[in-house]
Design a protein around this ligand. Structure first.
Ligand code: PRP
Length: 214
């Protein structure tokens, strides 16, 4: 029997994903040991787990290097890959929002060529192009995005808001909602056909676990 490979997003989602996979009957004990290994095995059930940077999860799954991925909807939307999104896992719930100083509330539509800093420039581009139909200047950043309006790099940011603490501590507010986010279970389209039985069985187990938690 071939191994089925699951790519987990390193960071806050990884622990929650391990908890879920464990409840679904997989042996994630090797994955839980804090080590520098990047690939882990559940010999009994013939699963492999790889720990990758969140933004790389869609790439591994798209190319079939992983059959399954668990990653945030933000990462999927930003990557824009053709993956089979099977389950909304519910955890890691947060939202993508336009944020900035409260003085800009109600004024965003009138700022000419507004500068928007974001880690998620594809999501931001799509939002301004398709939803707002507004032309803006996008500035790509890789972290600590809340800094941008504070030092005059941009008027606003498009970023993830979870507890709202980062915004609050930096004197910023949510100005517009872009979309809701949460962790998603995605499958490579070929794997879904080739390993249909085992993948569908795991999907069903996870779905019933999620329903029983509701
Ligand atoms: C994310 C996000 C916000 C923050 C939101 O950043 O980009 O900065 O979390 O969380 P909160 O609403 O609970 O404060 P992350 O911690 O991933 O780090 P980064 O800014 O370096 O990307």
């Amino acid at each position: 029997m071939d191994y089925i490979t699951i790519a987990l997003a390193k960071g806050r989602l990884a622990e929650l994903t391990m908890d879920l996979l464990e409840k679904a009957g997989l042996d994630v004990s090797e994955l839980r040991q804090k080590s520098r290994k990047l690939i882990f095995t559940d010999e009994k059930n013939k699963f492999k787990f790889i720990l990758v940077k969140a933004s790389d999860v869609p790439t591994y799954v798209e190319h079939g290097a992983a059959d399954i991925g668990v990653v945030g909807r933000d990462t999927l939307l930003e990557a824009g890959k053709d993956l089979y999104e099977v389950i909304d896992l519910g955890f890691g719930a947060c939202r993508m929002a336009v944020c900035g100083p409260k003085e800009l509330a109600g004024k965003l539509d009138s700022i000419h060529n507004m500068r928007v800093a974001s880690k998620y420039t594809n999501i931001a581009r799509n939002y301004y192009h398709t939803v707002k139909k507004q032309s803006v200047e996008l500035i790509k950043l890789h972290g600590s995005v809340e800094l941008a309006p504070l030092v005059g790099l941009s008027e606003v940011i498009v970023d993830i808001v979870e507890s709202g603490k980062t915004l609050q501590e930096n004197g910023l507010v949510v100005l517009e909602e872009v979309c809701d986010l949460s962790a998603r279970f995605v499958v490579n389209r070929v794997s879904m056909k080739m390993e249909s039985e085992r993948i569908v069985s795991l999907v069903k187990t996870i779905q019933s676990l999620l329903h029983s938690e509701e």
